[in-house]
Structure formats: structure tokens, C-alpha cells
Design a protein around this ligand. Sequence first.
Ligand SMILES: Nc1nc2c(ncn2[C@@H]2O[C@H](COP(=O)(O)OP(=O)(O)OP(=O)(O)O)[C@@H](O)[C@H]2O)c(=O)[nH]1
Ligand SMILES: [Mg+2]
Length: 343
Amino acid sequence: MKVGLVGLPGSGKSTVFGALTGLAVRTGYAGAGKSNIGVVKVPDPRVNALAEMYQPKKTTYAEIAFSDLGGGRASGLDRNALNAMREVDALCQVVRGFADAAGAPPNSIGEIGELETETILADLEITENRIARLEKDRSDARELDLLKRIREALEAERPLRALALEPQERRRLSGYAFLTAKPLLLVLNVAEAEIGSQPADVEEAAAKRGLGWVVLSAPVEMDIAQMAENEQQTFAESLGLPEPAKNRFIRAAYAITDLISMLTVGPDECRAWPVTRGTTAPRAAGKIHSDIERGFIRAEVTHWRDLIELGSEALCREAGKLRVEGRDYIVQDGDVVHFRFNV
Ligand SMILES: Nc1nc2c(ncn2[C@@H]2O[C@H](COP(=O)(O)OP(=O)(O)OP(=O)(O)O)[C@@H](O)[C@H]2O)c(=O)[nH]1
Ligand SMILES: [Mg+2]
């Protein structure tokens, strides 16, 4: 899964990227239009708590790849920037919430609207080309019907992610890599003095579109990213934040890709495994090892909170908090799973 940081030039994409990855990236003029890619651990208090309890040799977090898509020139979102967005699974729009170097005040709502309009137009162009082709060769009437509905939504300025479609229709459309069908999260990048604020206009713009949003100050988060893990927490608290804002942001980005975390525990390793929502137990087991999927017998499942409260899997079993699940079980976020298998 790859998440793309998108947004207008100078909104702070590269600064946010630096904050997420802890990498020293070029921002401002030196980095204008440049793209970056990096893999980030998904901070997970559940894994921390379980590792505290098991004291394993190794603790492993889920990971997610972020790319700073750069692209766009001073003119705004050009074709390169839009094309780069097709390559990622989900989008995070960085919105400038600070006065820029020239002193221009933020125009958050304008930026959100601009990206929306540009992506709708890009999708509309693809749709119209395809409709013209299908009307000529009459090769696929069902697809033509579907695309006409798509065109209608786009012409009404409605992003496709909000459109009610059957799963099979979504699958049919996946090859088109429509930008407005990709999950989207808004990141309002505010000045340091505005940390902790929740601007009502952005809240309304997000709610109207059914989008999640996170407020952070990218340069501050970039400084935090350079600190040792334990100092990061203390520093965030001194700013009145329960944890670094980047942590909440990474978790929110992970969630929009439709990934959940299955947890495994033991003296060797405590680990979060990214699993697509709706995955059955044997397939989730296959993430760990193909032998476990092939020889799957059952999954013993506890909820991470019960495990922490009761102190061991054996005590969970006694308390009736350990479930035995079969092949059809759909793994849930926060399940601590122990697979029984034979090969
Ligand atoms: N005051 C202030 N400046 C910021 C903030 N975030 C980023 N900047 C500055 O704004 C400028 C642009 O930030 P970048 O991260 O390079 O923006 P970008 O979106 O990557 O820009 P392009 O790659 O040109 O599209 C840099 O000089 C940053 O230091 C912020 O929250 N407050
Ligand atoms: Mg940049």
C-alpha cells in the first residue's frame, strides 16, 4: 500500500514527508517539485502495551509507504502531478494553513476545492474518451452504462468516492485509476502558534465531503521526528498534545487504505500485521507463512485489551475470553491471533 502526499505547491508536502520519515529532505525552493518516497512505521499503542507485557526479543510495527508526489509547478496542479497520483492507493492532501513566505494568508478551503476540481476534470476526461470509444465500437454495453453514471456524477462535481456503487462495479472501474475514487485524507498544516486549533471552516469542508482530517504543524513535527522516541512523547505533551500529531496522522492514513492490524504475541516477537479489511483467518495466516495457510486448523483469538487486562492467553481461556475460530472467520482490527496448523 502506498499513500501519496499531494497538494498545491508550497503547501508543505515535503516538510510533512520529512516529519513522517525522519529523513532530511529538501523543502522550500531547493525541493520544489521534487518527489520522495519512504517507508514509515505505524505507531501503535496496542503493540507497545503487548511488548511491555511480553518483553519480546523483537517488536515489529505495521508499515506503510508514503510518497511526496512533488509534481506541480508554481502554476498549480499540472498534468504530471495528477498522473503521479494514479500510482498510489490513497491520497493525503496537505493544505497550507500558515501564511506563506510572501505573507499570503492561508486559503485552505480554496485549496481543498482546487484539488477536487482538478481531479474531477482529470477523471472526466478519461471517462469521456472511454465513452466515445465504447459508443463507436459497441463492445461493452454494461461498461458504457456504468461510465455514463460516472460521467453524470463528475459533471455534477461529485467525487467518485462518494458514489454508491456495487463492489463488482468498483472492481470494473479499478483499471481506470480514477483519482476521485481514491480514499482521501486532509492534513491541515498550520503555523506553530496554531497547534491544537480546529478551524471550523476546514471541519465543515471535511464533514461535507465525508473526509477525515488531521491538524499538524509540519516544521514542529519535523523537529519532533529528530528526537529519541521517549523524548518525542514528552515534547508533544509540553505542547499540549497527547502524542506527536504525526502519529495520529500516520494511523489515519493507514486506516483509509482499508488496512487493519492483526496482532501476534510471544517471547520472540510482538507484531502488527497489516491485513486488508474483510480477510479470512487462513488468508491472514498466509501473511505470516504460506505453510500456516495451507495447514490451517483453527485460530485462537483474544482481543488485545482482554489480554492486557487478564495477563495471559491461559487466563483469557479460563475467563472465556479466548475464542476458537475456523476457516470462515473474518479477522478484526486488534485481534491477537494464535494459529494452529499442521504441515
Ligand atoms: N511558517 C511555516 N512554514 C512552513 C510550514 N510548513 C512548511 N513551511 C515552509 O513552506 C515552504 C514550502 O514547504 P515544502 O514542504 O517545501 O512545500 P511542498 O508542498 O513540498 O512544495 P513543492 O514541492 O514546491 O510543491 C518551506 O520553506 C517550508 O519550510 C508551516 O507549517 N509553517
Ligand atoms: Mg516539495
